[in-house]
Design a protein around this ligand. Structure first.
Ligand code: SF4
Ligand code: SF4
Length: 541
């Protein structure tokens, strides 16, 4: 076995990638990422001890977020960038340790920081590898620890996006340090581990709340907006990923250049934000979800910016005109530092661009927290009058598995007196289809990015308050698709809130053992998806 990773839905054979990642992760990257996570655990243990003594250091807090985020699926594939991260980790670890009066070492401290090159860094990996955790703790306890760790990785991505926009919460950082410390301690008790995982869900709710505040206070509340999904004639830049600040800076820097900027994947919700859509050269949305990028980027006649995840191995045909930013990295791909997009803009001007306008076609986005709040009155009235029978939340991360057409088939089979909320990149399975309206409300409401699950949660809570019932008693069903660790964080948030009857697919996580699955089914009635019609019959029956 060259490596072991089972953190995403693509895990080979449904159990784990052992020779090379299905995502393209080589064993060297797997090893360096294992060490980055271990470094974050060591640093968090020192930071947790310092926090109990009333001390903190912003550099330490930021590093823990970035270290976790850099190891999320499809973010960082560059050994040199990971080596640099570990070099920084060594300095941050010394700072974190010096924060506390007690100079004692963390219990499982390895002195990996003494290694200077990639090969010697890799020699420290075996005792902190996933394979060793499974061997030492058993498959169930190790899997539950990973469940909590992966949820924290997702929450770290959201907290980092908020931090970049200037929104932080010291208590949130304390939570990361405390929970990483608990995970590092390696409990074997199922109840204790489940409780840690649910606390991760609570922390992720707060991370999504801060990011919602960061987005809405910086760019305004999303409003329903028509988005062109066909190209305009002219030079072009395509922006993918989740980082709105990158998009905003790029829109500023491309003003007056004649370049049209298009969103891709999870950047689509940007069109709903008033402070982003005011730019006339934010021309539209191009393509679908992340897993289509190798074909779509090859066809795109301009330059491409990949912010945050999800990056796939670039093809040679576009490697010279794709750029990464933030924590995303691929060896040999130019990286943009400090939001200086001059190289990207030059590449766009050198590329041919679109030679003619496509036929005008549009979709509607922008049903964020505020817009949903405004729609709640008419929605409740329509539910009360029996005009709307049921609400479905169909969304989550998309991926490449063939069974994912379930989500398209389900959305199409939802009866016409029912409404569909959607979010994250799973929406691309059906967001260009026609759903019409019910009770003068669009039947398909695009809530936004995966982190906008926060808006959906707040809306569900507001509806439950208005109807004087529990969220579980609403005529609302959640049918979620998962792929990577942000989805794990969101699932843990929903479980922390006590939501039951969630349907999850297309396959269940490799890190959840049959025993743990039974507990989740008994406690929360989590169900694997089956075929769309059987699931619909059961939900509406
Ligand atoms: S992130 Fe997913 S695809 Fe990549 S190595 Fe891990 S389990 Fe495999
Ligand atoms: S929602 Fe998940 S799978 Fe989709 S682009 Fe974002 S991180 Fe990737």
């Amino acid at each position: 076995m060259n490596m072991l990773c089972y953190q995403c839905e693509q895990a080979a054979r449904g159990t784990g990638c052992t020779t090379q990642g299905v995502c393209g992760k080589e064993p060297i990257i797997s090893d360096l990422q294992e060490l980055v996570v271990h470094a974050a655990k060591e640093i968090a243990q020192y930071a947790h001890r310092a926090a109990q003594e009333g001390r903190r250091d912003p550099q330490v807090d930021t590093f823990v977020l970035e270290a976790l985020f850099a190891t999320v699926t499809n973010v960082n594939f560059d050994p040199e960038r990971l080596r640099e991260l570990l070099h920084r980790a060594a300095e941050v670890k010394a700072t974190a340790r010096s924060l506390s009066d007690s100079g004692e070492a963390a219990p499982d401290e390895l002195h990996w920081e003494e290694a200077s090159d990639v090969d010697s860094l890799r020699s420290y990996v075996p005792p902190v590898s996933l394979a060793r955790r499974i061997e030492d703790l058993g498959a169930e306890a190790a899997g539950l620890g990973e469940l909590a760790l992966y949820g924290l990785k997702g929450a770290a991505a959201y907290a980092d996006h908020a931090r970049i926009l200037g929104y932080e919460d010291p208590e949130l950082y304390d939570g990361f340090h405390r929970l990483l410390t608990a995970i590092a301690q390696g409990s074997t008790q199922r109840d204790e581990l489940l409780s840690t995982a649910l606390e991760v869900g609570e922390l992720n709710l707060r991370a999504m709340e801060i990011l919602d505040q960061a987005h809405t206070e910086t760019y305004g509340h999303p409003e329903p907006a028509d988005v062109r999904i066909t190209p305009r004639k002219g030079k072009a830049i395509l922006v993918s990923g989740h980082d709105m600040k990158d998009l905003h800076a790029l829109l500023e820097q491309t003003k007056g250049t004649g370049i049209n900027v298009y969103t891709h994947g999870e950047m689509l919700p940007a069109h709903g934000y008033p402070e982003l859509r005011k730019y006339e050269h934010l021309a539209g949305n191009y393509g679908g979800a992340w897993q289509e990028q190798r074909r779509e980027f090859a066809d795109f006649p301009g330059a491409i910016l990949m912010t945050t995840n999800c990056l796939q191995k670039p093809q040679d045909t576009y490697k010279h005109r794709i750029f990464t930013s933030g924590l995303v990295a691929w060896p040999g791909v130019d990286h943009i530092n400090d939001r200086d997009f001059a190289p990207l803009i030059s590449a766009a001007l050198e590329a041919p661009g679109f030679d003619e306008d496509g036929p005008a076609q549009h979709i509607t986005v922008g049903f964020g927290r505020d817009a949903l709040h405004k729609a709640a009155g008419p929605l409740l009235e329509a539910v009360g009058q029996g005009k709307i029978r049921h609400l479905f939340l169909i969304g989550g991360c998309d991926g490449a598995k063939p069974g994912r057409n379930y989500y398209t088939d389900l959305a199409l089979a939802v009866p016409e007196d029912c409404l569909i909320l959607t979010l994250a990149c799973g929406k691309y399975r059906f967001n260009k289809l026609q759903f019409g309206t019910v009770a003068r409300i669009p039947r398909l409401l695009d809530v936004g990015q995966c982190n906008d699950a926060y808006a959906a949660i707040r809306t569900a809570m507001a509806l439950a308050d208005a109807l004087d019932c529990e969220v579980n008693d609403l005529p609302l069903s959640l049918v979620l698709s998962w792929f990577e660790q942000k989805a794990v964080g969101i699932l843990l948030t929903l479980l922390h809130l006590g939501l039951r009857n969630i349907r999850l697919g297309p396959s269940l996580p490799a890190f959840v053992t049959p025993g743990v699955l039974q507990v989740l089914q008994d406690t929360y009635n989590i169900k694997p998806i089956r075929d769309p019609q059987s699931d619909l019959n059961e939900i509406l029956g």
